[in-house]
Write a protein that binds this ligand. Structure first.
Ligand code: ADE
Length: 240
């Protein structure tokens, strides 16, 4: 089955396109889906655009039309954990929608009302392997990714999210990919490089560090693809 790589922005997907051999290009519902080879792998690359609707649509298209499995979502994120620095890597243990908020009914933040869906766990083998291949000069955290349809630039909101969800970073696609994958029983992973502090200094940090951060997360995913042939070999690896 092809491995799908989904990124929100041109800067990110271009790094994959520069490295993979593109064999076919399709236009589907406004997305450009690249069929490509990387090493021995059959991959599908898509710039999904920013936000949860794009990410969800794109993931469902990749599953339905391209039989993709797993789906790997990559790119940048704002730090939520106080001990994360710009350039650090977060490999998602799980993802949650921070902007799903029906607390007035007593439902905890992130829980999709009237379901048991809240934290979307990533594939244990993929995340263990991503942690192993993470770049030598980067700090890697296996942690919780918090997703919402807003670029977070607010220290008070970030503190609320830390309290209620205990998340490590904020971004705008991961939980949407995770929810679609969970509902389709397809494994997924999210790898994010920290581009800003999500606390009001974000805009400057984000512009300044976007390219480096995108490059770091793409490099990890490419190393992951290099290593993925050995996926059976890590079955005995301790879960992370
Ligand atoms: N992606 C990178 N930084 C972000 C932030 N502060 N909020 C949401 N998504 C982001």
């Amino acid at each position: 089955m092809p491995i799908a790589v989904v990124s929100a922005m041109d800067e990110e997907i271009q790094l994959y396109l520069d490295t993979c051999t593109v064999e076919q290009t399709d236009e589907v519902a406004g997305f450009t889906v690249y069929t490509a080879r990387y090493g021995g792998h059959d991959v599908r690359l898509v710039k999904c655009g920013v936000g949860k609707t794009h990410a969800a649509m794109c993931t469902q298209i990749l599953i339905d039309r391209y039989d993709a499995s797993p789906v790997v979502c990559t790119g940048t994120a704002g730090a939520a954990a106080l001990d994360l620095d710009i350039g650090d890597i977060v490999v998602a243990r799980d993802c949650v929608h921070h902007d799903v908020d029906v607390r007035f009914l007593g439902i905890p933040r992130g829980q999709i009302p009237f379901t048991d869906l809240r934290f979307f766990e990533t594939d244990p083998d993929l995340r263990a392997q991503a942690r192993e291949v993470a770049l030598a000069d980067h700090t890697v955290r296996v942690g919780r990714v918090m997703t919402g349809d807003a670029f977070v630039q607010d220290a008070a909101y970030l503190e609320t999210l830390r309290d209620e969800l205990e998340g490590d970073c904020v971004e705008m696609e991961g939980a949407a990919v995770g929810q679609v994958c969970a509902l389709n029983d397809v494994p997924y992973l999210v790898v994010r490089a920290i581009s800003d502090r999500a606390d009001g200094s974000s805009e400057i940090d984000f512009q300044e560090f976007l390219h480096d951060a995108a490059r770091s997360s793409a490099q990890i995913v490419l190393h992951l693809l290099d290593a993925i042939d050995d996926i059976d070999a890590i079955d005995n690896m301790d879960d992370v």
